[in-house]
Design a protein around this ligand. Sequence first.
Ligand code: 5GP
Ligand code: ZN
Length: 114
Amino acid sequence: MEECLFCKIIKGEIPSTKIYEDENVYAFKDIEPVAPVHILVVPKKHISSLNEIKEEDEILIGKIHIAITKIAKELGIDKDGYRVINNCGKDAGQTVMHLHFHIVAGVNMGEKLI
Ligand code: 5GP
Ligand code: ZN
């Protein structure tokens, strides 16, 4: 069993502000928000990055995105919109090696990606 930071958060060994949870997915507030809404959505299964997903993870990746839409509706950000970000690897700035998707919202981010 992996013992990375987000695995510990999923298991409740490190506290987090839970936003959503189901059988496969856990979502919590980012500790250093970059926008009024900044949520991290992670699979409960340890996968270190998008580089490491396998064919067998196909349904899980879909479930993560279904969870994202549920969270967006629950938080009421679905109308104005939100950005979903996955940082994969060094150049993208990935700092925690457990696959996660950022939901960022509550501010107009404009058209530029970076
Ligand atoms: P990355 O840069 O890997 O895409 O994103 C990692 C994110 O995890 C960062 O936005 C960072 O603020 C967040 N983070 C790091 N440590 C913790 C923590 O202990 N708790 C929470 N809630 N977020 C964390
Ligand atoms: Zn992990």
